[in-house]
Design a protein around this ligand. Structure first.
Ligand SMILES: [Zn+2]
Length: 372
């Protein structure tokens, strides 16, 4: 049995675990992130890894992976920008390797989570998957033909900033009308507070849970009220879930995945969010009624997904010979079919992979046909 260490580096905590080949976590550690200092964050990462290495025979650990919240470059070595950490063009891979004296593999945290869900969680067995993490904002990750699609510069999968309402709500990114302003934890809270201000007599339960003021209403209170059947809270989920489903239909028009996995904090509300999302998805899907519909599932691995995915990606990168061959073509693809195999890689993925290894400046324009 080979083991790998996965580290999930977020803005507030560094969580790490020893993960086996079936995606099970055998040991786990958590520390707060000294987010203001790149060097101290890197030391915290090295410290948790060192501590875990001491708990198992070192020769059993074949790989170490970091999933970090931010834009990781296409070489998977440099953290270009991290909104909640002090990393700016930080050579993260090199810095952590210097401290550990061992190779590490760096990945974006949403990519790590998506990989874990596709290998061991809600999307197990699917080769074309999109993970949409509905939290404070919207994060996303794309898997095509069983491989992560990272884009030319490593930062593909930011649909939260696709404009869905012209001149709509102002977004933290500086634009207006971004999807995440209508379908996220922040959007859910904004809906509830606005409703409570406008129609306090219809929002009595929400106001009661929020301490009497609209500003006191936050995500957990809305979920609680909706679970109790409160009409105002259910309406908020209908609105935000509706925007989610419409956005997923737009993404299906581009990527045609077999499965959407909805993760992030808001997904913990389960069917309260997913039922209206599915209904809106089916109403908005292009070609509806005459095509298969992608599945929309809630993420299964919760907060452990980042650890499991970072470990498994590192194992695949560091020791690809340990992966199993693809399963036979009969029946739905099993977990083995998901693993890397050049013989089953589709042409689009090959092109994307080739882009990173061949001439870096060629073949990077998307063709846009126009009738004008
Ligand atoms: Zn935006």
């Amino acid at each position: 049995m080979t083991l790998a260490i996965g580290v999930d580096v977020g803005g507030t905590k560094v969580a790490a675990g020893v993960v086996d080949e079936q995606g099970r976590i055998l040991a786990k550690l958590k520390r707060s992130t000294p987010a203001a200092s790149p060097a101290r964050t890197e030391q915290a990462i090295a410290d948790v890894v060192t501590e875990l290495l001491a708990q198992v025979p070192p020769d059993q650990i074949t790989a170490i992976g970091l999933g970090a919240a931010g834009f990781v470059d296409s070489a998977r070595a440099t953290m270009l920008f991290a909104p909640n950490l002090a990393w700016r063009d930080e050579p993260l891979k090199q810095r952590v390797e210097e401290r550990l004296g061992r190779e590490v593999v760096v990945e974006n945290d949403a990519n790590a989570s998506a990989w874990a869900e596709a290998r061991f969680g809600a999307a197990r067995g699917y080769r074309d998957v999109m993970l949409v993490a509905v939290g404070t904002g919207i994060g996303a990750s794309i898997i095509i033909g069983g491989e992560l699609y990272r884009g030319r510069w490593g930062i593909a999968g930011e649909p939260g900033h696709v404009r869905v309402v012209p001149d709509g709500r102002l977004c933290g990114c500086g634009n207006r009308g971004c999807w995440e302003q209508y379908s996220s934890g922040n959007a859910l809270v904004a809906e509830a507070r606005e409703f409570a201000r406008r129609t306090p007599e219809g929002a009595m339960r929400l106001l009661q849970l929020g301490g009497g003021l609209p500003e006191g209403i936050s995500g957990p209170e809305i979920t609680q009220a909706a679970t109790e059947g409160d009409p105002a809270a259910l309406r908020c989920f209908q609105t935000v879930g509706g925007w989610l489903g419409q956005g997923l239909a737009d993404l299906a028009a581009i990527l045609d995945p077999a499965c959407f996995v909805v993760g992030g904090g808001v997904s913990e509300a389960g069917d309260l969010l997913i039922d209206p999302a599915r209904a809106a998805f089916e109403r908005a899907l292009t070609g509806r009624g005459h095509r298969p519909y992608a599945e929309i599932k809630v993420a299964q691995l919760g907060q452990d997904a980042g650890i499991v995915g970072a470990a498994d990606l590192a194992r695949q990168t560091t020791a690809p010979q340990t992966t199993a061959p693809s399963s036979p073509s009969s029946g739905p693809p099993g977990p083995g079919a998901f693993m890397r195999s050049t013989s089953t890689t589709n042409p689009a993925t090959k092109a994307a992979t080739a882009q990173n290894t061949a001439n870096p400046d060629s073949d990077q324009c998307a063709a846009v046909a126009t009738t004008r």
